[in-house]
Design a protein around this ligand. Sequence first.
Ligand code: SF4
Length: 384
Amino acid sequence: MAIKNNLIKTETFKEQFLVPSYYKNFSCKGTQCRNTCCSGWKVTIPMNEYFTLHGLSCNKSLREKIDRAFRPLHNPSPERYAEITHNHKGNCPLLLDNGYCELHAKCTEEVLPSVCRYYPRGPKFDYAFESSCTNSCEKTLELLFEEEVPISFEKKELTFKLNKTSNSVSNDDRALYHTLRETCFRILSDRTHKLTDRIMMIGKLLSQLDKDKSLPITSIDFSIPLFEININQSLIALINASEWFIENSPSISLLCMEAKQYYSIGELESQYKLALSHFESAFPTHEIMFEKMLVNSLFFRQFPFQDFSANFYEEFISLCGMYAFTRYLSLPIMFGKHQLESFIDLMSKAYRVISHTRFERTILALLKSEEIREYDSLGVFIQL
Ligand code: SF4
């Protein structure tokens, strides 16, 4: 397959970026990290970065390690050209025993692929200059859970060297991006409503804007009906959806199997109630924790604009799927556990898939195959 390299250009951005308030407090835990980001998951790099590494002047031993560490994909694109392959321990071959990166230690930071240089930060520059840290990093989750106040945002001057792609954004779309996201985060952080109602309010907002993007937000009726609770129906849909991740997602297949196993040892609803009761007593602020993970994840992923072609309502279906899926994993896997560290380990693993794969497309397709797509069925589905 012929690939044109001229689709990607690297550019340095020194700008005022919008960042979450915890951002300034982030520092990597390095060797203290329980789930280092160099371990256990597929990471891809773009073509220009692959060839920079390929042409790097270095000694023979590092050269061999680089060649082993980065392998072109079967169906490469300029943006996703090669993947990091792991050694028998599941680590990046360039990870040293002391926890540092050999490429970083022996060459300049400049040669690191941007994913390694900036992770867990996710700088964005197309709709707006924004940066935040992904929930897949345990330090990010620790910062999120350190305090209970809702996530706020502030401006900070930052410099990033980034790959500029050919996507272009109109001024109208940029204006909508700002208004819509500000409204979504305000709704999600409004604790006068329970979290599931806040999610359903986002659904009202997005479905109305799909019909008319110029509709004033103040004209939207945000009242939420009382949804029926049907735990069996929600869990069966999630167990079915989790089969796909068991088959196709090595990062979380074991977690999905563990959740499924828990639900298989008794009657579904009783197992759920048992796990919920434990979870609520072990983590009394769980609703706040889920709220903050949602806001942080949606900010990171440019929700609901992360897919340049999707409609907003489909992004809402994916949001419901993301929330329900994280609840589905949390209750059984945290059963009997009380440590916040265990919950952080679980969620950081789940968010490796949620934040860094096409999770939103996958969960959308899986929910549609379960006939969960209409507003009312989603309202019932997320009552977990
Ligand atoms: S997951 Fe976060 S804290 Fe851990 S090594 Fe990576 S960046 Fe550092």
